[in-house]
Design a binder for this molecule. Structure first.
Ligand SMILES: [Cu+2]
Length: 572
């Protein structure tokens, strides 16, 4: 560590010092206290960047100035669906051209739903270098609430995060940071402390901002009442631990009946895919209870009666190699209220009778990071603003052949779109956290692999990958339902059309699938991708080209254009 004048700083007893004496901990990005430096890219000089708070239904303008000398940048507002504002989505070479060094970009948009969101760079691997922060949309009329933002991420000591792209498999992190602070081994670096006042309403907003690790979060001794995920309220669920995949968010309150007058720790550990085996906790923060009162009447909701530990969001139903975890799949959560799809749609884009069904398989057929065998190749223009210059030809891909191209799925205006997201076939290795831009989607059903007594995963057989090959032999690039009647999703047993969960990032279980639904009534080009940075950069992405004929109505004409220049001007 070093200060702004390059003076060496070290951590001791949760404080920071240089040879001149004590250093204010807010002046230094101390991370996990490790002695050497790392290259960071930050917003306004801090990691995390400054939190942004606003109320729903307000317009917000954020002007991003790129003061970097060597790098372009964009900022994505993760979870904001940018209805009728597709050019504000902040995805380089999809919704806009990168902001070049010295240039600026005005992001103006209007979030409609209160909730926990976050912002991050959507170019290269800058998010892993520190370019992220919380983006909180408050509900109008919300009771006074103490807001606690918990940004968690894994932390590695390589000087430049770009090195992550050259390492396979991805390395185990050295530590986990909570709001930019953690501890490496026995270095007692400063940690984040949350002051919990029992006399106030306290809302915790857990946001996974890391690059690739699946994390297990808990506050030992306390029960967490989960009330929201990805910006949408759910019927409260009391759990002991939350599994959180990159880019997911969970809001929770603490069941007050368990709170004693003491200092608690928040603990985070890494789960190794696909079995989610774990080692010790390597991420920590303090929860300091103030204004303690002893009141046994403070039980907030009915709890499941279970002596085992309740773990939310397992990508399977039975936890392998573990006897005291009871899994609560995320699909067990129900939305708190029914929200009609019209609320997520442009009123200018009428619903049609067209129904689309897409199977999307996330994996590594023949080792290639891809969706349906399409290794995503980023265009060198922004397809939203330069559609005629975008080449989305994927003609060389077929059922059992991977190819590299700018994979794009047309979603016709007003159609109802069912997607079956899956991890099957010969390229299935782990579960993938999949994020859709431009929408939140309804989660209609999740199907998990069966975990046998000796911890083998038996994959679902609901889906047929190929006519000629078995599912495990096939790349599964062109899947279909085994039972043809399921092509009408209403015939699928267990489909949840009442109070379905709404999310923008969901784990697609290794050996299973997720059925989601959207209506194609938000014109734009929206990226859908695995939120493990390395997987996305290597090709696990697809553009949703939604309501193409209407896109130009929502794209201002004066947005910058970008392209390569390859022709010779000299006529040679
Ligand atoms: Cu992935």
């Amino acid at each position: 560590m070093q200060d702004k004048n390059d003076v060496r700083v070290y951590a001791k007893d949760r404080r920071l010092y240089s040879h001149k004496g004590a250093v204010p901990i807010d002046d230094i990005i101390s991370a996990d206290g490790w002695n050497l430096t790392r290259k960071l890219i930050t917003a306004n000089g801090t990691m995390p960047g400054p939190p942004i708070f606003m109320y729903q239904h307000q317009y917000i303008t954020i002007i991003v100035h790129n003061y970097l000398v060597n790098e372009s940048v964009t900022i994505h507002w993760h979870g904001i669906d940018q209805l009728e504002h597709p050019a504000m989505d902040g995805v380089a070479y999809v919704s806009q051209c990168p902001i070049l060094p010295g240039q600026s970009f005005n992001y103006t948009f209007k979030p409609r739903f209160g909730g926990s969101y976050w912002y991050h760079s959507h170019l290269g691997i800058q998010r892993d270098m520190g370019l992220y922060g919380a983006f909180i949309v408050l509900l109008k009329g919300e009771p006074p609430t103490k807001q606690h933002i918990i940004l968690i991420q894994e932390w590695n000591h390589m000087f430049n995060a770009v090195e992550l792209l050259n390492i396979s498999p991805l390395p185990q992190p050295h530590s986990i940071l909570i709001n930019g602070r953690g501890q490496f081994q026995d270095i007692r670096a400063p940690l984040e402390t949350f002051n919990f006042n029992k006399l106030e309403r306290n809302l915790f907003r857990l946001i996974a901002v890391g690059s690739h690790s699946t994390l297990l979060f808990s506050i030992p001794g306390l029960k967490l009442i989960v009330s929201e995920t990805d910006g949408f309220e759910v019927q409260p669920e009391v759990v002991d631990k939350i599994i959180i995949f990159p880019a997911e968010r969970y809001n929770f309150e603490i069941d007050l009946s368990y709170v004693k007058d003491e200092m608690y720790t928040m603990n985070v550990r890494v789960l190794s895919s696909p079995n989610l085996t774990f080692g010790n906790d390597i991420g920590f923060a303090f929860l300091n209870v103030v204004n303690y009162i002893n009141d046994d009447s403070l039980v907030s909701v009915n709890r499941r009666i279970d002596k085992r530990l309740l773990v939310l969001n397992c990508p399977f139903l039975t936890y392998p190699k573990n006897t005291d975890f009871t899994c609560i799949p995320i699909s067990d959560l129900k939305s708190k209220k029914h929200i009609d799809n019209d609320a997520f749609s442009s009123e200018h884009i009428p619903k049609t009778n067209e129904k689309l069904l897409h199977f999307l398989n996330f994996g590594f057929p023949n080792g290639h990071s891809s969706i349906n065998g399409h290794i995503y190749h980023s265009p060198t223009v922004a397809p939203l603003t330069q559609p005629s210059e975008t080449d989305t030809n994927c003609g060389k891909c077929d059922d059992e052949t991977t190819c590299k191209c700018s994979y794009s799925l047309p979603l016709s205006s007003g159609s109802e779109v069912i997607m079956v997201l899956m991890v099957l076939g010969q390229g299935a290795t782990i579960s993938h956290p999949v994020h859709m831009h431009g929408h939140t989607f309804e989660v209609l059903k999740m199907v998990f692999p069966t975990v046998t007594n000796n911890d083998q995963f038996v994959f679902t057989e609901d889906i047929q990958c190929s006519e000629a090959l078995t599912n495990s032999q096939s790349q599964c690039n062109n899947a279909k339902w085994k039972n043809k009647s399921w092509n009408d999703f209403k015939n699928i047993p267990g489909i949840k059309l009442k109070y379905p969960l709404r999310k923008d990032t969901i784990v697609v279980p290794y050996g299973g699938y997720v059925i989601i639904r959207i209506e194609a009534r938000n014109p734009g080009v929206w990226l859908m991708h695995c939120h493990i940075d390395k997987h996305m950069i290597e090709g696990m992405a697809v553009m949703l080209n939604e309501s193409f004929e209407n896109q130009h109505k929502y794209v201002q004409g004066d947005l910058p254009k970008c392209r390569s220049h390859l022709k010779s001007n000299s006529g040679v």
